[in-house]
Ligand binder design. Structure first.
Ligand code: NCD
Length: 361
């Protein structure tokens, strides 16, 4: 049985297939209205959300299914100290598929290891947000006609923004894409992501949105992620780093596509909403269609293959600890400390939950 924890759980042809299904749903909604009759989706949201949770719920309802769940940790047994593993086992008794958002990195992975139904990661800390990525890919495909041959600028909080990280992972598998990283120094894209997913010569970094704008085919604006800063003072210093307004838009191509995963705070002025290049509300709508396609696919697969196939490509080593304070292992003491040996020569390991690098030496 398959879950979606990272965008790499889907192959490129599978992503293409999901995009095609989403387009077919848009063209023929009635044909899909009964596809999930008697199926239930559980939305387990330990962190705030509007679009992601409600688009999952709307997706399941439009497929003829039902939804149950909670929208804050305080209204679940997590408030009594229940582990993610136990919650996943229990919810498997009540629902056919789970969508989970959690502030700790790797929590949906733990859920997938323990659930008897497919688990979809709806955002884990600053780590991954694969269904936003599918939403973004569908939006790019609908606006630009393909998933290659463009220059995309990511602007804002590239350090903590999980939607940026996940979309960069996804785009690394397509050809002929140039990336412009626009951020203050403090919020630059983490070095390991740059090194692993951006090819030499295919990206550049700048502080200036004005300087980058004329070269862009797509601008992906992001919110400064207040909740992920170590202190509020650090957030205050950076919160107004960028604001796209109608004056700045004069510098951009007529064919620019402006995206934003939303919510926006003040990084795009409302005046921009009327500009035909503004795509962020269409993007939010696309999120419902691609989630319909994903729910259908995972439920169909689960129907065929009920067995759980554990990932055995890891070691358990009690002399090693993940030192990421945002990893799920930092709050759940019962979890085994699992690692992948990524560089045997230098004794470098990666935590299986949050992917933080650690070493024996
Ligand atoms: C994003 C998220 O939760 O990471 N929102 C979303 O899912 N649409 C972006 C954000 O919160 O800034």
């Amino acid at each position: 049985m398959r879950s979606l924890i990272s965008i790499f759980d889907l192959t490129v042809p599978e992503i293409d297939e999901l995009i095609e299904t989403a387009k077919d749903i848009i063209a023929n909604p009635d044909e899909y209205a009964e596809k999930c009759r008697h199926k239930k989706l559980a939305t387990l949201f330990y962190e705030p959300s509007t679009r992601t949770r409600l688009s999952f719920e709307a997706a399941m309802l439009e497929l003829g299914g039902s939804v149950l769940g909670f929208s804050e940790a305080t209204s679940s047994s997590a408030a009594k100290g229940e582990s993610v593993a136990d919650t996943a086992k229990v919810i498997s008794c009540y629902a056919d598929i789970i969508a989970m958002r959690h502030p700790k990195e790797g929590a949906p992975f733990v859920a997938a290891e323990n659930a008897d139904v497919p688990v979809i990661n709806a955002g884990d800390g600053g780590h991954n947000h694969p269904t936003q990525t599918l939403t973004d890919l569908l939006t790019i495909h609908r606006e630009k006609g393909s998933l290659h041959g463009f220059t995309i600028g990511f602007c804002g909080d590239l350090r903590y923004g999980r939607t940026v990280h996940s979309l960069i992972y996804a785009l690394s598998r397509y050809e002929d894409i140039n990336v412009v990283l626009i951020s203050p120094t403090e919020l630059r894209l983490p070095g390991n992501i740059k090194k692993k997913y951006l090819k030499e010569g295919s990206f550049r970094e700048t502080h200036s949105l004005e300087e980058a704008l004329p070269s862009l085919d797509i601008l992906y604006m992001t919110r400064i992620q207040q909740e992920r800063f170590p202190t509020f003072e650090e957030y205050l210093k950076l919160k107004d780093s960028y604001c796209l307004d109608t004056d700045k838009l004069c510098l951009a191509k007529e064919t620019l596509t402006i995206m934003h995963p939303l919510p926006r705070v003040n990084e795009i002025s409302v005046g921009v909403d009327k500009d035909p290049r503004a795509c962020y509300f269409k993007q939010a709508l696309n999120g419902k269609y691609i989630r319909m396609a994903l729910i259908l696919k995972l439920l169909e697969e689960a129907e065929k293959d009920r067995a759980y196939h554990p990932d055995t490509d890891y070691i358990v080593d009690n002399t090693l600890r993940c030192d990421n304070s945002k990893c799920i292992t930092s709050i759940e003491q019962e979890l085994q400390h699992k690692f992948r040996l990524t560089d045997p020569e230098n004794g470098v390991y990666r935590c299986i939950y949050c992917e933080r690098q650690t070493s024996k030496n």
